[in-house]
Design a protein. Structure first.
Length: 83
């Protein structure tokens, strides 16, 4: 029996293939526990994390950075604001 791959390969704009995990740990609403819970997610086998940038009172994007390890996929969002 074959196991399903745990990554998608997605072409990047420079022509290389980027491995994107099929399952990504979401950090929304973790607040002050973000770094601790992201570390636990990586220990449990997650290879990707969503930074959940948004309303600062519910999200702690900088704490995701505290928990980062080599070889993980980081998903982030850029929010457009008109000047």
């Amino acid at each position: 029996r074959r196991s399903a791959p745990s990554f998608f390969e997605v072409p990047a704009s420079n022509g290389t293939l980027v491995q994107v995990p099929k399952l990504i740990y979401a950090t929304a609403h973790k607040r002050h526990r973000t770094a601790e819970l992201v570390k636990k997610a990586f220990d449990a086998g997650f290879r990707g994390v969503d930074t959940a940038h948004g309303e600062r009172k519910r999200y702690n994007e900088s704490a995701v950075g505290e928990a980062l390890v080599d070889g993980v996929f980081v998903q982030l969002k850029v929010h457009y604001t008109a000047s």
